[in-house]
Ligand binder design. Structure first.
Ligand SMILES: [Mg+2]
Length: 181
């Protein structure tokens, strides 16, 4: 039950995903949520860590594409200084935005991974599109009204999967969070 919401991997931060590890998993393209996954609202230019991570992936020819539910204007402005492509208005948890990227870049779902901080949008959308998902810790705790209901539901889902809403078995790399399935 609810397995469509269960992330394939639990990793603390998107910056923990090293190029060599992604290559080991056959991943050529990293799809990522924008807000609270790639960038924090209070640090729109990104941290040195983010820029270093993007540089490392670029050198390994791994592409990064932002898949966001936000507007084209907002996402375009947010990623203007970053070497990433993007899809806005993606309607996660629907697979639409991810499908657009797969089609446009002629990618096989197996060579793609979707990273995000919300189970009800990012993880669900990944699985709807048939790609593996990585749940990360939000970069900052958000109190946006748009997300409070999702967060409340997510709390219950986390308890269901992990027995706790706060103490999840976070990893620093792509190892299956749960070997029992
Ligand atoms: Mg987010």
């Amino acid at each position: 039950m609810l397995n469509f919401l269960k992330p394939t991997y639990l990793v603390e931060s998107i910056y923990d995903l090293s190029a060599s590890e992604l290559q080991d998993h056959g991943i050529t393209t990293v799809l990522t949520d924008l807000d609270n996954t790639l960038l924090a609202w209070h640090n729109p230019d990104g941290t040195p860590e983010l820029h270093e991570w993007l540089k490392q992936l670029h050198a390994a020819k791994i592409e990064v594409v932002v898949v966001s539910n936000n507007t084209w204007k907002r996402v375009g402005q947010a990623v203007a200084g970053l070497p990433v492509d993007y899809v806005a208005w993606s309607l996660k948890p629907l697979p639409r935005g991810i499908h657009q990227v797969l089609r446009k870049q002629k990618l096989n779902p197996a060579e793609v991974i979707m990273v995000g901080d919300q189970m009800l949008t990012d993880v669900w959308a990944a699985h709807s599109a048939g790609v593996r998902s990585v749940l990360v810790k939000p970069l900052v705790e958000s109190d946006l009204w748009q997300t409070w209901l999702n967060r409340a539901i997510e709390k219950q889902v986390k308890k269901h999967f992990y027995g706790s809403a706060t103490d999840l078995p976070w990893q620093k790399e792509l190892v299956a969070a749960d070997h029992s399935e």
